[in-house]
Design a protein around this ligand. Structure first.
Ligand SMILES: [Zn+2]
Length: 444
């Protein structure tokens, strides 16, 4: 997704983007899907033996991926690096257009004519802003989320259903974004000195609220979630959950293949409301060992309290972002406020400026965000290996995820762009774990 729709929609996207990704029907899937091989046998070098070597085992796994598939997924992933830049620049142009042509001021005037009651006024402005920026960004959205995903065989939806999902997304953005905009402008207007602190608190509480409602109210808008009842899959997962103190009674399945060929799983919710969900691509293509390795990883996120740690990190980053916004908006309005016909920071017409300045901040800290998340993912990998004891399943999972992630990047590239460890590092970590727990596999 692009940064143009800004803080509010970025938040909305953040959660349900995982659920929709792009656009696809299983029947419409082109034969060109870049499917990685499903390893049936563990390569000779990765089999337990007295001269087991983690590096040789890692290389043997990587050697199973045909060169053309590696080239294709590298091209897909490296294209994303450029898209981060294009999204940022495109969003900046849209924001500057809205400000300099005074469209933002006009949308505010129109909203004021509808009502002077502030919360409703903010909401009316938000709807105009959301629709206008979605239309302006549509060429980029359709390229990134539809044509490009199809080109790399990751999408399964034809254009009509894809467009339908986009409209649903717009509806969700209208409701949640409108709510957040009302809250934030309310805080800015009432607390002119301290809004940057309370604004950050509001955004963080909103993130928590969204995380809570997403599995129950947002995900079903786009996909069907059903209870999984195949005991050969459910029983080992629930047994692993019990062994790790996770209060899950059921395992759920989501029809992600409606939109994508990507394999994934997640653990969502808190305490007794928590649920484990596997997507149907993983169920169809993953071996039992791989599914257990993936579930071990997801349980790691839960047991290691990654959600709470992320919320704390998010709050700190957001306070810094709002402190910078307070300064940057003040500075900018002093120079160009009159030209753009923006009265103050509490004027809804300021939104494109706030979004533009926030996107500069987010763009600049992308490597830090990625590194925070990647570190949690690595921790979950380690937890997953310890609890599932399926290093070969983990290696297979890393290869499957290599359908849309570069397997073997340079260290700096991984630090800047990767929000998960690279495939090579994940396989190596699994093989090192296997080397150091070889007695589990040799029977002594
Ligand atoms: Zn993870």
């Amino acid at each position: 997704m692009t940064s143009r729709t800004g803080l509010a929609t970025a938040l909305c996207c953040l959660i349900f983007f995982y659920a929709i990704f792009c656009a696809p029907s299983a029947l419409a899937q082109p034969p060109a899907a870049n499917q990685m091989p499903s390893v049936i046998e563990v390569p000779a070098e990765a089999q337990a033996s007295p001269h087991f070597d983690a590096i040789a085992a890692t290389n043997a796994y990587l050697a199973q991926i045909p060169a053309d598939k590696t080239a294709r997924s590298d091209a897909y992933f490296e294209g994303v690096y450029w898209m981060i830049l294009w999204d940022f620049l495109y969003g900046a142009v849209v924001a500057l257009l809205l400000l300099n042509l005074r469209w933002s001021a006009r949308m505010r005037d129109l909203a004021e004519r509808v009502t002077r009651f502030e919360p409703v006024h903010t909401c009316v402005y938000w709807l105009q802003y959301l629709v206008l920026t979605s239309i302006l960004a549509f060429p980029l959205t359709v390229y990134e989320d539809y044509f490009r995903e199809h080109k790399y065989g990751l999408a399964t939806q034809s254009f009509g259903p894809w467009m339908g999902d986009q409209m649903k997304g717009l509806g969700v953005g209208a409701v949640l974004g409108g709510l957040l905009a009302m809250l934030l402008f309310g805080v800015v207007r009432r607390l002119p000195r301290t809004w940057w602190i309370w604004g950050a608190v509001v955004v963080t509480l909103f993130l928590i609220f969204e995380a809570l409602i997403t599995p129950v109210y947002i995900v079903p808008i786009f996909n069907k979630v059903t209870r999984l009842d195949d005991p050969t899959i459910v029983d080992p997962i629930l047994s692993m959950a019990r062994a790790n103190g996770i209060p899950a009674k059921d395992v759920y399945q989501i029809d992600a293949s409606r939109q994508t060929t990507r394999m994934s799983a997640n653990v969502s919710g808190f305490a007794n409301a928590m649920r484990i969900t596997l997507n149907d691509n993983l169920l169809r293509r993953g071996s039992p060992e791989e599914i257990q390795a993936v579930m071990g990883h997801e349980m790691g996120h839960y047991v290691l309290n990654h959600v709470y740690k992320f919320i704390m990190f998010f709050l700190i980053v957001t306070v810094l972002a709002f402190a910078y916004l307070r300064w940057a908006i003040g500075w900018t309005l002093q120079r160009w406020g009159e030209k753009w016909q923006i009265r103050s920071v509490g004027d809804t017409a300021v939104l494109p400026l706030a979004v533009l300045l926030a996107s500069v901040f987010i763009f600049a800290i992308t490597p830090i965000l990625n590194t925070f998340i990647r570190t949690q993912e690595y921790e979950a990998d380690m937890y997953g290996l310890n609890t599932s004891r399926q290093p070969d399943g983990a290696a297979q999972g890393a290869i499957h995820l290599g359908e849309y992630r570069k397997m073997n990047p340079g260290p700096v590239e991984e630090w800047i762009f990767f929000d998960h460890p690279s495939g090579r590092n994940r396989i190596y970590a699994a093989m090192r774990w296997k080397a150091e727990n070889l007695e589990l596999f040799t029977g002594h």
